[in-house]
Design a protein around this ligand. Structure first.
Ligand SMILES: Cc1cc2nc3c(=O)[nH]c(=O)nc-3n(C[C@H](O)[C@H](O)[C@H](O)COP(=O)(O)O)c2cc1C
Length: 187
């Protein structure tokens, strides 16, 4: 039996929000992959754009992600963190970003926008990661090209699904441990 099987064998199905902010779907597909893997491990994920999440009450745990634009999370993701700060602080929380510049030459790294570091320190997420992103030049406006000339040398899909799946497996195991803790507390 692998460690993953043992975690799944607890039979604990956590309801998890996988909320995302994206402009061109690269981050949507990462959130969907995370949701699929959590579901395959026996949890109950809801994958949704953060702009459509009104209430965190139904969720025991939260995975939040945003695409990186000009070194920041998208405004709706920043606003969500600020608005839901109190509830997020009381939930197991994981944060992910996806970007092509922040991960140059790497599949992933521990990174958050500078602006979000104080809030992240306060929320104490159980995991923080930046995955590679996906960039299509056809999507860049003239203004995008002027403001971000470094992007012109980078086109492609830098998402590493093995890394994304491995990160999600850690979340699944943490959620299973949470279930074990609750079972023990109820005995
Ligand atoms: C205008 C623009 C600015 C960007 N700025 C950054 C950046 O500062 N850092 C980074 O790592 N990636 C940056 N990227 C790359 C995006 O983060 C990457 O393409 C991401 O996968 C987009 O996600 P989405 O398809 O979900 O919107 C930028 C892309 C664009 C188009």
């Amino acid at each position: 039996m692998t460690r993953q099987d043992r975690a799944d064998a607890t039979g604990y199905a956590a309801s998890v929000l996988v909320g995302y902010a994206s402009r061109h779907r690269g981050t949507v597909e990462i959130a969907e992959e995370i949701g699929e893997r959590l579901e395959a491990s026996g949890h109950r994920p809801t994958v949704a754009p953060l702009s459509e999440v009104a209430d965190l009450a139904p969720f025991e745990a939260v995975v939040l992600g945003s695409a990186v634009y000009e070194e920041n999370w998208l405004p709706e993701a920043e606003a969500f963190l600020a608005r839901e700060f109190d509830v997020l602080g009381a939930r197991p929380l994981w944060l992910f970003s996806s970007g092509v510049l922040m991960t140059l030459g790497l599949s992933s790294r521990v990174w958050l926008p500078t602006k979000l570091r104080p809030i992240s320190r306060a929320l104490k997420p159980r995991g923080v990661i930046c995955f590679g992103g996906k960039l299509e030049h056809a999507r860049l406006s003239r203004e995008d090209r002027r403001r971000n000339p470094q992007l012109l040398a980078l086109e492609g899909d830098y998402r590493d699904w093995e890394i994304i799946d491995a990160w999600t497996a850690d979340i699944s195991r943490a959620l299973a441990r949470l279930g074990e803790g609750r079972e023990r507390a109820a005995e």
